[in-house]
Every structure is written in C-alpha cells, then in structure tokens.
Design a binder for this molecule. Structure first.
Ligand code: T4K
Length: 390
C-alpha cells in the first residue's frame, strides 16, 4: 500500500508559490499491494479467462456479500450501469423520487431509461433525502424512491421504508459512497429492494471501474445477472439485457484492495480526526460529523463554509486551488440545475436546503496519499483564508 503524499508541502502559508508542488486531489485512488495485484493478474492471463462471470469476479462477489452480510452481490462494470440495471430489474417507470443533492449519475441513470427523476430536498443535518419532503412529491406516476447515502452517511432508512410500504413503492438506494458503512448496526447493502455500490477509482475501495448490486432478494439478483450479460442464461437469451460485465482485471484489483481495506479506513479516520481537531475552533467552518456508533468509511472530509467564515465557499475553493489543494464543491450545482433537467423545468422546485448546501459544501483531500503533515498544511491554508486569518 502506498502511503503519504508525494505532493510535499514546499512553503509555509503566506509565502510565494503554491503550498504543494503537486496537486492534492479529492479522490486520488487508494492502491493496495501491487505485488498481490500483479500475482492475481498473472493468474488471469494464465487461466486465459478475461471476463464474463470469471473466477475472480465470483470470488470478489462472494467476499463482498460476506462482508456486507447480504445474500447476493452482483458485480458489474460501474456504479452507473448498476443503477440502470437496478431500475430496469425493479420494473420502475413513470417517476422516481431522488434527491437533487447527489452526483448526476443518480438522476441520469433514471432518465436514461425513460424514468423521470422528481427532485427532492434533503435533510440539512444528514444531507440525505428528507422523508417528509418525499411524501409531498408522491403522485399517481410515482413508482419508486431512490435514496442516496451521501458521503457515506445513511438515509433515514426506517422512515423511507415505511413510506415506500405505505404507498406501494419500490425503495432502493444509491450507496456509491457508503461501502463499509452501517445504519442501526446493519451494513449498508441490506436496505430497500437493493443497494447500488460504486468501486470507481476515486472511491475509497476501487476496482479501477466497477460497481455492484447488493440485495437479499435472490430473484432480483438473478434478473440482474441476466441483465448484465445481454439476458443470456444457459446459452439462450431469456430477458432484455445489456453488457454490464465486470472483467477479471477489475476483480483482481478489487480482491487485492479488499485485503488492505481496513488500512485505508484507518487512514481516512485518522485524517478525518486531524481535520476535525484542526478546524474545530474556526468560526464558520463546520466539519461533517459521522455517527461513531456506526461503521463509517470516512472517505469524504466535507466542510460547510458558513457566512461566519467571512469568505464564500467559492473564494475558499479558488484560494486552495491556487495552492494545489484541489478541493471539490461536491455536489454543486444540484442535479435539477443541470441539463437536461433544468431546461424542462416548468417551475423551479422548492429545495431550500439543497440550495444552501450547494453554496456551502466543500470536499477536502484525504485517503492514503494524504499525510498528517498534508492535513496540517491544508487546514492552515483554510484558517489563513478567513478574513481574520484565525
Ligand atoms: N452515485 C453517486 C452518488 C456517485 O458519486 C457516483 C460516482 C455514481 C453514482 C456513479 O458511479 P460510477 O459509475 O462512477 O461507478 C467522479 C467519479 O467519476 C465518479 O465515480 C464519482 N461518483 C464522482 C463523485 O466523482 P469526477 O469527475 O470528479 O472524477 P474524476 O475522474 O475527474 O476524478 C477526480 C479527481 O481524482 C481527479 O481530478 C484526479 C483524481 N484521480 C482520478 C482518477 C480517475 C486520480 O488521481 N486518479 C484517477 O485514476 O467524478
């Protein structure tokens, strides 16, 4: 496992030149043992089985299903295709209620399949879909609710489950950020009809590109397996499918990275703690809180830049970027404000919390390539950017 930043601090804040000589990214990949990855890839080449339900994909699926405590984990080529397969296999149509405060893939996966995303506001504390607001958006066209466990913090699963059951709607989750997290002591992966994971390079656990559908419904898993391979089963096309297969090199990366998963979580946790303690007393900077009674992956260190800080989020972002700290304004603008959704809005939806958070949220770099020293420099830069230079 590669540790610590190659992007060393080259100056103290306030002096000329960027603070980091190389960019410090949000989402720089965590890469486990290269030797183990190479060994697994050699095995793939020796076996001459490169894709299509290969032995490493099956091994990864079994490993992940055991870790999540779910009956089935269907590995696919990325999280977006996993969402699309889930939407299709759940038979969703008409409208699906989804938060606007999310990565655009949550909404575009619906739209791609001709299902209209109906944008919902979020709870300002959890940043996740607000169950009360969901109730107000249910129409005769609604077929489902797609909750997003934003930044790995779980949605109010209980309330959403009750609403979905009461109205006879499908409930499923975009858990792209929440691999390794729990809600009420139960691993994310177990809620709703299914939960969709992303293992993209920028996620704390990656298969280079990849994703999965976790479910406790064997029938749904069966449909998803058919769907990812053109609908083929036993040499016959039995359903409508696409090509959503994960290949063996991705699975090799996943197996190698899974072996060092806890090291990555520990590193994320220690960076998160360092950010929190260094920014605790900065007026107008509020660091995201995780429920320590649950399991968290700590892959996102997100701060809210509030009016008290005296400098806007965008000015802070620009200032950090000038120092090679490539913080990100995740997830701004909200999905309802981007194409194709914005052009066809008749009325601007009322999403006050989403609007506020889109102006305030800033994701800071973390992961195994970010060292404790790097965090000290980044937090010193944040403090120095405030008008009082606290
Ligand atoms: N649902 C949610 C809630 C999601 O957040 C996502 C994806 C999905 C669904 C869909 O899952 P996937 O289909 O992606 O599996 C990224 C990712 O592409 C995307 O996976 C992720 N969420 C989203 C939050 O972020 P960008 O445009 O910010 O990523 P990219 O590729 O520009 O990388 C960000 C930074 O990371 C770069 O500036 C440099 C660094 N980087 C990136 C890569 C790929 C590296 O250092 N090395 C690398 O290999 O979208």
């Amino acid at each position: 496992m590669s540790h610590a930043s190659e992007a060393k601090a080259t100056r103290t804040p306030g002096k000329a030149g960027p603070a980091f000589s190389r960019p410090l990214h949000v989402g720089a990949p965590n890469i486990g043992s290269r030797a183990r990855f190479h060994e697994l890839v050699d095995g793939v080449l020796d076996a001459n089985w490169l894709t299509n339900d290969g032995p490493l994909v099956r091994r990864l699926e079994a490993t992940l299903a055991e870790y999540l405590g779910v009956l089935e984990c269907v590995a696919v080529c990325n999280g977006t295709i996993a969402l699309e397969i889930a939407v299709r296999c759940l038979g969703l149509e008409g409208e699906v209620i989804v938060p606007s405060l999310t990565f655009v893939a949550s909404a575009s996966a619906l739209e791609w399949l001709g299902v209209k995303p109906v944008f919902c506001d979020v709870d300002p504390e959890t940043y996740c879909i607000d169950p009360a607001a969901v109730e107000g958006l249910i129409s005769p066209m609604t077929s489902g609710i797609l909750g997003v466990h934003l930044f790995g913090r779980p949605c109010n699963v209980e309330a959403l489950t009750q609403i979905a059951a009461h109205h006879g709607l499908s409930l499923f989750f975009d858990a792209a950020h929440a691999f390794g997290c729990s809600s009420g002591g139960r691993m994310i992966g177990n809620f709703g009809a299914c939960e969709v994971l992303s293992f993209h390079a920028t996620k704390f656990f990656n298969t280079i590109e990849g994703g999965a559908i976790a479910t406790n419904d064997p029938e749904l898993a069966h449909r998803a397996r058919l769907a990812r391979n053109f609908g083929y089963e036993d040499g016959e096309v039995r359903a409508l499918g696409i090509n959503g297969k994960m290949h063996e090199v991705s699975a090799a990366m996943g197996i190698a990275n899974f072996e060092t998963l806890q090291t990555v979580i520990d590193c994320n946790k220690s960076n998160y703690d360092a950010y929190r303690s260094a920014l605790r007393d900065v007026p107008g900077i509020r660091v995201i809180e995780y429920d320590e009674a649950e399991r968290n992956n700590y892959q996102y260190v997100v701060v809210e830049v509030l009016p008290d800080f005296g400098v806007t989020r965008d000015r802070l972002l620009a200032s950090l970027q000038a120092d090679n700290v490539l913080a990100r304004s995740y997830f701004s603008p909200g999905c309802h404000s981007v194409e194709p959704f914005c052009s066809r809005l008749v009325d601007e939806p009322r999403l006050p919390h989403t609007a506020d958070l889109c102006e305030r949220l800033l994701a800071l770099p973390t992961g195994t390539l970010v060292s404790a020293d790097d965090v000290s420099v980044v937090t010193a830069l944040v403090r120095a950017t405030g008008p009082r230079g606290v």
